[in-house]
Design a binder for this molecule. Structure first.
Ligand SMILES: Cc1ncc(COP(=O)(O)O)c(C=O)c1O
Length: 380
């Protein structure tokens, strides 16, 4: 570690892993296909600004975020690449987006008109990408509505319709039929728009899973998030190929070690009661860090490369683990020793995917819920 963390729990982000993963993705793309790095939700927990700086230096062409404030954070930190907001931006934020030259996703005329009038008043051009719903049934216009919408946009001076995109619902599944149907629908729309000269220069559809497993969907640009972080788009149906590396490790230092006698209870509600003489270690990490309390917990963490099971309720800032067997095998555990919540310790590995299976969610959820109060340390 290069710096001392300001708290005895922290996340380590490997810049070389991020760079390596970006290169792994880029080598799968045709030279004309751009790579948009998806750094929403604090870069899936990896830290927005430093992750974006690392990926920009490694050759990311553009960035995508979920909200305008995520985009402004990047702009204010000096990121110069184009930044697309993927989510809903209310029209009262149009002027802020325009001033910072942030690209908005649009799918309704009122927002487009507001943006165009702000742009005209400021003597600027507002770049937008149009969102089309081909079967995810989340944001976007239907393919049938899109041609007329594109015509309407063409009449709005000050608007630069740079892109058009759709999003797959099932590209991470082995059964690609729905994703293929979405893609067919999208390419038919693109052809229709091209025939009237209204196809924007950047058409994009592929997320990480499609980038890796549906290369014919790359079009002009791909939008990749999870694979950049070295995490599987789906643990079973779309694992990453060899060559990717997880970029994130989560560590904590043992805050206290104690003996428990049979009958002693641990933590709020006295849910765990020792049945034998035990040794327990306290970790300075809890649910207000993104270490879940209910309905299912992490299960265990690593200490000395062995699983240390969580006992009793996870608290807001602290968690107790059982180190009885670890001490029996390796000797006393000390205050200040390292525990690994995600990552490697010796020969042992606790992956975000393994944790997500225990918690009953996916790896996206596990890493993006690690809260901002956990310090991020960037290592080579
Ligand atoms: C619209 C859109 N595009 C791209 C992505 C990136 O997806 P992934 O992280 O699976 O590569 C997301 C993430 O959820 C998204 O919402």
């Amino acid at each position: 570690m290069h710096r001392t963390p300001p708290r005895p729990t922290w996340i380590e982000i490997s810049r070389s892993a991020l760079t390596n993963n970006l290169q792994q993705l880029k080598m799968r793309l045709a030279p004309h296909t751009q790579l948009m790095a998806v750094v929403k939700a604090n870069a899936y927990g990896h830290g927005t600004v430093e992750t974006a700086r690392t990926l920009a230096a490694a050759g990311a062409d553009r960035f995508a975020v979920a909200t305008l404030d995520e985009a402004l954070e990047l702009r204010n930190a000096g990121i110069r690449q184009a930044i697309l907001v993927l989510g809903y931006t209310p029209s009262w934020l149009a002027s802020d987006a325009l001033q910072a030259q942030i690209t908005l996703t649009i799918y309704d005329l009122a927002t487009a008109e507001k943006l165009a009038s702000c742009a005209a008043a400021a003597g600027l051009r507002a770049a937008v990408h149009v969102k089309v719903n081909t079967g995810m049934n989340r944001l976007g216009l239907t393919p049938a509505e899109t041609p007329a919408f594109m015509e309407a946009l063409a009449n709005l001076a000050g608007l630069h319709v740079e892109g058009i995109y759709t999003h797959f619902a099932t590209s991470d599944e082995l059964d690609k039929r729905h994703a293929e149907a979405q893609f067919t629908c999208f390419t038919a729309l693109l052809e229709r728009l091209a025939a009237t000269g209204r196809r924007p220069p950047l058409a994009h559809a592929a997320n990480s899973a499609a980038l890796l497993s549906m290369p014919h969907t790359h079009l002009d640009m791909v939008r990749s998030g999870i694979a950049l972080y070295g995490l599987d788009p789906d643990m079973e149906q779309c694992p990453l190929p060899a060559g990717f590396r997880p970029a994130l490790a989560w560590k904590a230092l043992v805050a206290h070690v104690m003996a428990l006698a049979p009958g002693d209870a641990v933590s709020y509600g006295r849910e765990f009661i020792a049945q034998r003489p035990m040794r327990a270690a306290v970790l300075p990490v809890g649910y207000a860090d993104g270490f879940p309390r209910r309905p299912r917990t992490w299960g265990s963490v690593l200490i000395r490369g062995h699983a240390a099971p969580i006992i009793g309720r996870v608290c807001m800032d602290q968690t107790v683990v059982d180190v009885t067997d670890i001490e029996a095998a390796t000797g006393p555990v000390s205050m200040g020793e390292e525990a690994v919540l995600i990552g490697r310790q010796g020969d042992a590995h606790l992956s975000a995917e393994a944790v997500s299976a225990r918690v009953g969610t996916n790896n996206y959820d596990i890493v993006s819920r690690i809260l901002g109060r956990v310090p991020r340390l960037y290592v080579a």
